[in-house]
Ligand binder design. Sequence first.
Ligand code: KG4
Ligand code: ZN
Length: 355
Amino acid sequence: MWYFWGSASAALSHVVLGIESSCDETAAAVFGADGLRSNVVASQLDAHQVFGGVVPELASRMHVEAISVVVRQALHEAGTTPESLDAVAVTHGPGLAGSLVVGVCAAKGLCLAAGLPLLGINHLEGHLYSLFIEPPHPALPCLALIASGGHSDLILFRDHGRYDVLGRARDDAAGEAFDKVARVLGLEYPGGPRLDQLAESGDATAFDLPRAWLDGEPAFSFSGLKTAVARLCEQLGPDGVQDRLADLCASFRQAVVDVLVRKTIAAAEAHGARQIAVCGGVAASVGLRRELAQAAAEAGLELAVPAFRYCTDNAAMIACAGHYRRQHGGPDSLALTVDSGLPLPAAGRWRGEVG
Ligand code: KG4
Ligand code: ZN
């Protein structure tokens, strides 16, 4: 099937509207050849906080309420209109199906109305492109760690739209472990960022917690660590946990960071990559950023890390992925569907790839 990419002048700037609604943030952003033009995020955090986690139906309803306002605001701040865009990029998985549907339908509506091509973006590919929102961009090939709420993946990012998944989480992802352990420690949702903050004032050597090395394979497992913390908390009792809260946070975080850092460096060395990168919500951990920077310097590797605001879910990374896909790959049909379990393909290649 042939796709037409619009006018030559628009194609030069590749101005893309990105839409993200995979979980509890309704977000839209515009990215062009001159960089990020707007970035709007409506967070549902307060609504879900009282339930101690994301309530899927509530999330979908809130996306329906917010999506038009957020998209209009992103276009307004970018000083553009749908007709002047070059494409619309939207997250179509993985994530909550009912949430994804809202973003995908909004994107299709815009494409139909303004005659634009539609780009379905894998949310994890979006996290990879958070590395390209602002300079300095990582040099490719690059060994990238995606550490989010649902994923801990090691990626050999060969070139735009070309990457190989070297290994994934076998059970709990790093962010999931942060959130579950935070809950065990009695921290308020969302616990990951709070745990990271408390860890800064604790002693990381206070408790000896397990690390799953998996015989050096480029894969992760954090469920054993989570269970070990739960057992430790039972032994300490509620008062003991409160007394040692910062030390528990620091010891847990150290166990996660040790594994993430060592496996990322090992994978880079195994594949001869001189550049490494980290992205996804857990890349906002100050402990992980600090230790990865130190390990990279010791190993003589360059490290790229997105600004804090681009680590957790946002549409700037989706618009940025769309901008590069516009240059190196083809669009999707308007029959694009959502897939709550959409995997990052083991050997990712953009459809209709050019060059
Ligand atoms: O990428 P993201 O916003 O959503 C997913 O795609 O999953 O990642 C969310 C995850 C959550 O598990 C959250 O606890 C974790 O990222 N996270 C952090 C920090 N900020 C967010 N984990 C550790 N330290 C942080 N500062
Ligand atoms: Zn994410």
